[in-house]
Write a protein that binds this ligand. Structure first.
Ligand SMILES: NC(=O)C1=CN([C@@H]2O[C@H](COP(=O)(O)OP(=O)(O)OC[C@H]3O[C@@H](n4cnc5c(N)ncnc54)[C@H](O)[C@@H]3O)[C@@H](O)[C@H]2O)C=CC1
Ligand SMILES: O=C(O)C1=N[C@H](C(=O)O)C[C@H](O)C1
Length: 238
């Protein structure tokens, strides 16, 4: 496949290496300095774009791909407040987008376990539930996109939780989502249930970025010929 990489930082470079090893062509690698050239790419030259940039750049990049008829896989986090606009534009322009807060197969399985456990544990109010994420110091958004997906998966099943806060909390009606920034940590997510009698955790640790990159490439291979907004559930069938 002919892949355009929008964003050529830690993720873009990892995806380039793995995609080439699978025999794909990288037709361009865009950074913040040549972002304006994105509008010159068309579906004649590109089968799919993979977008890993920054929270303030993703929406414009996605919409430009819709306008140019290029399917786009987006892993950038921190822009989901604009998802309703992106869905509207996708429909209007007959675009195709696959977004995932985390492309790792392990994390997508974690999302399912998380919901299963939340459904069971909301019946046991003697347990407090809390979320924690740890990432490298360069990360721009907080909480992580993955932590927000996890929080949504818990709140959906907890009638007692009215929302989340990006901090620890003792308030039972609010889910605490704590963020820590430390060195070069790739990405750690923990859901912790604590009672006066015991503690248990769901714990995912990413050791490298290759898990994210290979999931994004799988998504890119799945995209051509599809129209609409998709997620990892649509292709992984976990
Ligand atoms: N969904 C997932 O599985 C994962 C998501 N991420 C997310 O991906 C994003 C990027 O992460 P990293 O690669 O670690 O960041 P990075 O800071 O290493 O690289 C960002 C790249 O985007 C470029 N860029 C910024 N604005 C741009 C624009 N308007 N047009 C084109 N390029 C632009 C920068 O020049 C740089 O090359 C972050 O939002 C991060 O949270 C990161 C890892 C996994
Ligand atoms: O910025 C990162 O590095 C990561 N971002 C994603 C997120 O916000 O959840 C996924 C992964 O944890 C790494």
């Amino acid at each position: 496949m002919r892949i355009l990489l929008i964003g050529y930082g830690k993720m873009g470079q990892t995806i380039e290496r793995l995609a080439k090893a699978k025999g794909h062509d990288i037709v361009g690698t865009l950074t913040v300095d040549d972002a304006h050239t994105l509008s010159s790419y068309t579906s004649e030259q590109v089968d799919v774009a993979i977008e890993f940039t920054s929270p303030d750049a993703a929406v414009e990049n996605i919409i430009t791909c819709f306008k140019n008829n290029i399917p786009v896989v987006c892993g950038t986090t921190g822009w989901l407040q604009h998802l309703p606009l992106v869905k509207e534009k996708c429909q209007e322009l007959k675009g195709s987008l696959l977004y995932a807060s985390n492309f790792s197969v392990g994390v997508n399985l974690f999302f399912h376990f998380n919901e299963y456990v939340a459904q069971k544990m909301q019946q046991h109010p003697n347990y407090n539930v809390a979320v924690k994420e740890i990432h490298h110091v360069h990360k721009l958004d907080q909480p992580s996109g993955t932590a927000l997906s996890i929080a949504d998966g818990i709140i959906k099943h907890y009638p007692s939780k009215k929302g989340w806060i990006n901090d620890k909390t003792e308030e039972p009606s609010i889910l605490g989502v704590e963020s820590e920034r430390e060195g070069e940590v790739v990405g750690t997510h923990i859901v912790k249930y604590t009672s006066e009698n015991d503690t248990f955790e769901l714990h995912h640790v990413a050791h490298t970025r290759e898990g994210f990159a290979s999931g994004a490439i799988l998504a890119a291979e799945w995209m051509p010929g599809r129209q609409g907004v998709f997620g990892m559930n649509d292709l992984l069938q976990l």
